[in-house]
Ligand binder design. Sequence first.
Ligand code: PMP
Length: 428
Amino acid sequence: MTSRNDSLFARAQISTPGGVNSPVRAFRSVGGTPRFITRAEGPYFWDADDRRYIDYIGSWGPAIVGHAHPAVIKAVQDAAARGLSFGAPTEAEIEMAEEICRLLPSVEQVRLVSSGTEAAMSALRLARGATGRDKIIKFEGCYHGHADSLLVKAGSGLLTFGNPTSAGVPEDFAKHTLVLDYNNPQQLEDVFQKMGSEIACVIVEPVAGNMNLLPATAEFLETMRRLCTQHGVVLIFDEVMCGFRVALGGAQSLYGITPDLTVLGKVIGGGLPVAAFGGRADLMKHLAPLGSVYQAGTLSGNPVAVAAGMSTLKLIQEPGFYESLTAQTRKLVQGLSDAAKDAGISFCANAVGGMFGLYFAEKIPATYGEMMACDKNRFNEFFHAMLDAGVYLAPSAFEAGFVSAQHDDTVIEATLSAARGAFAALAH
Ligand code: PMP
C-alpha cells in the first residue's frame, strides 16, 4: 500500500525541484521517503499518515520551548489580529532589539532580518565595508547560509551531497574566501602572519552544528580573538544555531569571548522568520541609513514574527530553563552511548546545552577530517530503525540534533527504548 507520504512526495517532485524547499529535507542522504508533517505539539510531530514521531530537529533549532507552545501561539494570534506587516517601525522591534542587547553584552546594536542567510551575508558586507578589505576567512564544515562568498566548501546539505562548492558561485567571489581548518590555531597564526592586513573578517560557528556537532576548542577561539584584535579584523560569531541554544548567553558566554559581530537566527524567531546581526556600535553605525553599507528588508522586524520571537525569548529566561534543557540532552546522549555499548556498536555522542551530536566512531571527532571518517552507512541504518520506531532524527549523518524543553523523562526514555532496539538490529 502506498502511504500518503509517498504519494505527496511523488506529487511534490512535479512542481518543486526534488520535492522540497530546502535540500536536506529530501532524505537524499539517508534514502527513503521524507515525512510530510501535518501538525506538531510539544516534543512530537505527526506525518501525513498520522504517525507520531518524537522530534529531534525542532525545525532545525527554533522549537526550543517545544512545538506550538500556548504562550507563543497566543502572542502570534494577538499580533496577527493587529495586522500582518506594516513596512514602518513598531515598538515591538525596539523591545526585541533591547532584549537581544541585554542578553548578549557584546551586542550594542542589532538589526533584525528574516533569515540566517541574510544575517550572515549582511554581517559580511558590514565587515568588508567597515574595514575596506575584501578577504574573509571561514572554516571547512561551517555553514553560514547560502550567500555566494560563504558557499565555499560549505557544510550542511552540501557536505551531505559530497559537493564542496555550489555551481553558480563565480570564481571571482570565491577567491576572496579563505577556507581554513576548524580547531587549528596554528594555521590561523600562519595565515594572519602572511596576510592579516588584507582580511576583513573571520566568521565562525563557535559550536559548529553543520558538520554534526563539533565544539571549538577554547584555544582555537582565543587565538582567533587575539589575532583579529591585533590585525584589525572583525570577528563574527555565527550563533544562528548555537545562540540561545547552548546557553542563554550563547556560545560566547560559555567561552567568555567577545566577538565584534554576532549573527543570530532560529531561536530568536521561535519558529517564524526572524534573524539578526549585531555587535559593536562603532561597526553598526556603518549601516544605512547612517552609513554607506546598504541592507534592507520588506519583512524585516515583521510584527507577527517578532511576537513569536519575543515570547520565546521570555520563556527561555524562566529560572532553570537551560539547566533542565542541558540535563535532558545529557541524559539522552548518555543513554544512547550506554545502549550502543551494550549492543557492542562503535558509537559515541556529545552534547552542548540543548544541542547534540551522534557519531558512529570510536571517539568523539575533534576535527572536520575525523568527522568525515564517521560511518555514514551505519548512521543511515540507525536513522531508519529509529524512524520506524517513531523517533525523527536529522536525516543526515552530518547534522546536529536538538532537544526542547518538552522532552521530559518519559520522552527521553521512549527514545532510548527505541534506540536499544535499533542498536540491537545493527549488531546483527
Ligand atoms: N548559520 C548557521 C550556523 C546555520 O546553522 C544556518 C542554518 N542552518 C544559517 C546560518 C542559515 O540560516 P537560514 O537557514 O535561516 O538562512
